[in-house]
Design a protein around this ligand. Structure first.
Ligand code: M6R
Length: 602
């Protein structure tokens, strides 16, 4: 959560570069934004200049900021303090010579704030972050005995401040007296970018793509001093030097752009057919290796959050249906009580697009303490989860920027289907299945199909509630579809196991209630249709999603049969419906209210 971008180098246009970086990172938080610059020609009062505002960045510029070659900025997802200009980052100390941006929560901020107020500091915001700037100011007084000591004193002051903070935090601090950015991380992600005569810091590697592909992901309790010609990494508590673990980013700048599409989400939906074909044709070596390991483990758990939890749930069906192996699944934020029952030789498979979801990282940390082997399926190679895993597999979705996860979900379940087939000793069967899914996905993303979905979206746009049912894998599809519709169109949608309707929810179905039914011709078809009829009998308006039409359906979305992989095109149809409902209702599908792309707080 929160986008962070920092630049130091020869260019005097640092504020504009930072703003451009923030625009690529806005999916991490878009309540407010801000940029701070150390002006190159220091004004007489020698202070940092800040521009910050509540709301999305939109077409904002920073042309009114002075030039400078040291600047940083932030896009906020509010935790402490309302969404106001004042609470936007960066935050300054009393002297306006120290500025900070922050991702995380300073859990002891009240105590720190009260102590600082007693010492005479004046606070202007309601945030936890502001204490960091004042603490650095306080430590600078202590360490800067002589002016020529200013630079080392600055990093020492940030180090001492960081040690005082409780909670999971990533901070970057700048100061008018030192030509450097000093950053530290515990929990929240930070990545250092190596340039030539310029260097960078960001919360997310995708933001660095236009400038460099060489990065170092900071580990917990690592600090870094970034100047234009050097990057010095060390341990925040021991002070010991850390050798940079340089990693090469494989994504391209174009992949991280919208291209011809009006929104990232639409672009990402349309990439899915191609991604499925790629997964079907690439070497399955890593899937086979993971399958072997999982087969040996007496107990396997799949864990994720949100859409990744739905991928975990779907995969548990794949493992029982294809490989005859009982694999459990869990929601990361609810997983605590299950950890105690996983034996040491058990396996935990963590699923995540970002590899930074805090609820999931907490589970993985605890599992590692128990010596449980960690497998992961991750999109961001090099992310925290990636580094924490014993074995990992890159899902290869490419940068996913829409807050609503689409292609990361589809590529995750595609890989999991392959792993299940590999476990059954039939990797070819898995690949064939994905080829069918790719073909079906292509069909449901065609121009003609899209028009059918647009028409339906027009019809449904004023609805307040939607019920979505399915059995087995189609129940997983129902859950994921409901999440997509809720998070971007703000229509209340509920995914329900078809057979559970009569145990309660049916009471809500009256004349005209919209009921979506996933009814592929699998072993559940008859019972699903019986449940659809129960809805219809009570006045429900039935939208059937199936390979064949039926009299029960008031609307019909035809989805080609792809066997066990039919869940894939089924979900793609729901993604498109969620997208067009959102467009019809006049909302921004890429940046839904109150949400952010990676959830790095608890
Ligand atoms: O990066 P992750 O896959 O770990 O993210 C998990 C969830 O926060 C994420 O899937 C979220 O539910 C999406 N916004 C749903 O579309």
């Amino acid at each position: 959560m929160c986008g962070i971008f920092g630049y130091i180098g020869d260019k005097k246009t640092a504020p504009r570069m930072v703003l451009a970086g923030l625009k690529t990172l806005e999916y991490r938080g878009y309540d407010s934004w801000g940029v701070a610059v150390v002006p190159s020609k220091q004004s007489t009062n020698n202070t940092i200049v800040v521009k910050k505002k509540a709301g999305k960045i939109g077409d904002a510029t920073v042309n009114d900021l002075p030039e400078g070659s040291l600047a940083f900025g932030h896009t906020r997802w509010a935790t402490h303090g309302g969404v106001t200009d004042k609470n936007a980052h960066p935050h300054l100390d009393c002297s306006k010579t120290v500025a900070v941006i922050h991702n995380g929560i300073v859990e002891n901020y009240e105590t720190l704030r009260n102590e600082l107020i007693k010492k005479g500091h004046r606070f202007v915001s309601e945030t936890d972050t502001e204490v960091i700037a004042h603490l650095v100011e306080e430590y600078l007084k202590k360490f800067s005995v002589l002016p020529r000591d200013a630079a080392p004193a600055f990093s020492k002051a940030v180090q001492a401040t960081f040690k005082d903070l409780e909670g999971l935090n990533a901070i970057i601090v700048i100061n008018t007296a030192a030509e450097e950015m000093v950053a530290a991380r515990n929990g929240s992600p930070l990545v250092v970018g190596f340039g030539h005569g310029e260097n960078f810091l960001a919360s997310d590697p995708a933001a660095l793509l236009p400038y460099t592909k060489q990065v170092h992901f900071l580990e917990d309790d690592e600090m870094v001093i970034v100047s234009k010609g050097s990057i010095h990494i060390f341990h925040a508590h021991t002070g010991e030097r850390v050798r940079p673990r340089k990693q090469l980013l494989t994504w391209t700048t174009e992949e991280a752009e919208k291209g011809k599409y009006p929104f990232f989400m639409l672009k990402e939906i349309h990439e899915q057919a191609g991604l499925l074909s790629e997964i079907a044709s690439e070497s399955p070596e890593q899937s086979i290796l993971i399958a072997k390991e999982l087969k040996k483990a007496p107990r396997v758990y799949l864990v994720g959050a949100g859409t990744s939890a739905h991928a975990a749930r779907s995969a548990s069906y794949f493992f029982s249906l294809v490989a005859n192996k009982l694999v459990n699944y869990g929601i990361a934020s609810e997983f605590d009580h299950r950890l105690s029952v996983i034996p040491e030789n058990g396996a935990l498979m963590a699923l995540s697009q970002s590899g930074e979801t805090m609820d999931l990282l907490e589970v993985v940390k605890k599992a590692k303490e128990k010596n449980i082997k960690i497998f992961s399926l991750v999109n961001v190679v090099g992310s925290t989860l990636w580094r924490m895993s014993d074995e990992h597999l890159a899902i290869g979705a490419g940068p996913e920027k829409g807050v609503a996860s689409t292609k990361a979900f589809i590529t995750k379940i595609a890989h999991l289907l392959l792993i299940a087939y590999a476990m059954a000793g039939d990797i070819k069967g898995g690949q064939k299945s994905l080829v069918r899914a790719a073909k079906a996905t292509k069909e449901v993303t065609s121009k003609a199909y899209t028009q059918t979905i647009m028409k339906l979206a027009k019809k449904l746009k004023d609805e307040q509630h939607l019920y979505i049912i399915g059995h087995g894998l189609s129940y997983c599809a129902a859950l994921e579809s409901a999440l997509k519709i809720k998070e971007i169109s703000y229509i209340h949608a509920e995914g329900i196991p078809a057979g559970e309707l009569k145990h309660g929810t049916l009471a809500l179905v009256t004349k005209g209630t919209i009921c979506m039914v996933f009814a592929p011709h699998d072993e559940h078809y008859q019972s699903t249709m019986a449940n659809a009829m129960e809805m219809k009998a009570r006045g429900g308006y039935i939208i059937g999603i199936s390979d064949k039409n039926d009299d029960v359906f008031d609307e019909f979305l035809q989805v080609p049969d792809a066997g066990i992989a039919t869940i894939i095109p089924n979900i793609v149809v729901a993604q498109l419906l969620a997208y067009y409902l959102t467009i019809e209702r006049g909302f921004d599908p890429d940046m839904p209210r109150n949400l952010a792309k990676s959830v790095t707080v608890k």
